[in-house]
Design a protein around this ligand. Structure first.
Ligand SMILES: [Zn+2]
Ligand SMILES: [Zn+2]
Ligand SMILES: [Zn+2]
Ligand SMILES: [Zn+2]
Length: 189
C-alpha cells in the first residue's frame, strides 16, 4: 500500500509539473477535466485524458500499474495435528491466486495416565491427543520382588506342629514369599 501511495504521489507531482509548464505559454491557467480512457489495473497501466475546458488543450497522462487487490486469506484445507493446511487468496482484478501453507499443529497431548506396574505385572502409561484420536502407550516393566533379607515367622512351631518361616516381598500390596523353611516342632512334651 505504501508503494502504491508513492506511485500516486509521483503521478500527481508530474501532473502538476506539466500544468505549471503549460501555464507559462498561455494567457490563462488551464482548468482540466479528467476523462479515464483506460483504467489502470494490476496488469497494465491506464491512460487519462485531460482536456482544458477553456482552450481545449489535451494531454494524455499515463497512470501507473496498481497493486493487486487481494481478498482476505481463506482456509482451503484445514490444518490438523499431522497435516499441513492451505489457505488461498486471489486478486479480484486479475484472478492471480496465492497459496500459503499452514504448518501442521502437532498433537496436543493430555496428561499421562499411569497404571502402576507391580512386582509381577507390567504397568502402562498412556496419553491422548486433545484434538484427534491419536494415543501413545508406553509399557512399564514389572518391578520384580524385593525380598527382605530377614525371615518372617509365618507360623510359630508348637510342640505338636512344625512352624514355617520365609522372606517376604517388601513392596506394599505384594504377598509373595521366598525361601520358605520349616521350623521344627518344639522339643519336650
Ligand atoms: Zn486551457
Ligand atoms: Zn491482480
Ligand atoms: Zn492430535
Ligand atoms: Zn513383590
Amino acid at each position: 500500500m505504501k508503494k502504491f501511495a508513492t506511485l500516486l504521489l509521483a503521478g500527481v507531482l508530474s501532473l502538476a509539473m506539466m500544468l505549471g509548464l503549460c501555464a507559462c505559454d498561455s494567457d490563462h491557467v488551464h482548468v482540466y477535466s479528467q476523462d479515464v480512457i483506460t483504467e489502470a489495473t494490476c496488469k497494465s497501466g491506464g491512460k487519462v485524458r485531460l482536456v482544458c475546458q477553456q482552450c481545449g488543450d489535451t494531454r494524455i497522462i499515463d497512470m501507473p500499474v496498481v497493486p493487486h487487490s487481494f481478498t482476505v486469506w481463506e482456509v482451503e484445507t484445514e490444518v490438523s495435528c499431522t497435516g499441513e493446511g492451505l489457505w488461498t487468496r486471489h486478486c479480484t482484478m486479475c484472478g492471480l491466486e496465492q497459496t500459503g501453507v499452514i504448518p501442521a499443529r502437532g498433537h496436543q497431548w493430555g496428561e499421562w495416565k499411569i497404571e502402576e506396574a507391580t512386582c509381577e505385572t507390567k504397568g502402562m502409561m498412556s496419553r491422548s491427543c486433545n484434538n484427534c484420536n491419536e494415543k501413545e502407550v508406553e509399557v512399564i516393566e514389572a518391578l520384580g520382588h524385593v525380598f527382605s533379607s530377614t525371615f518372617t515367622i509365618d507360623k510359630h512351631p508348637t510342640k505338636t506342629e512344625d512352624g514355617m518361616r520365609s522372606r517376604h516381598c517388601m513392596r506394599e500390596g505384594c504377598n509373595a514369599r521366598t525361601d520358605e523353611e520349616v521350623i521344627p516342632k518344639l522339643a519336650g512334651n
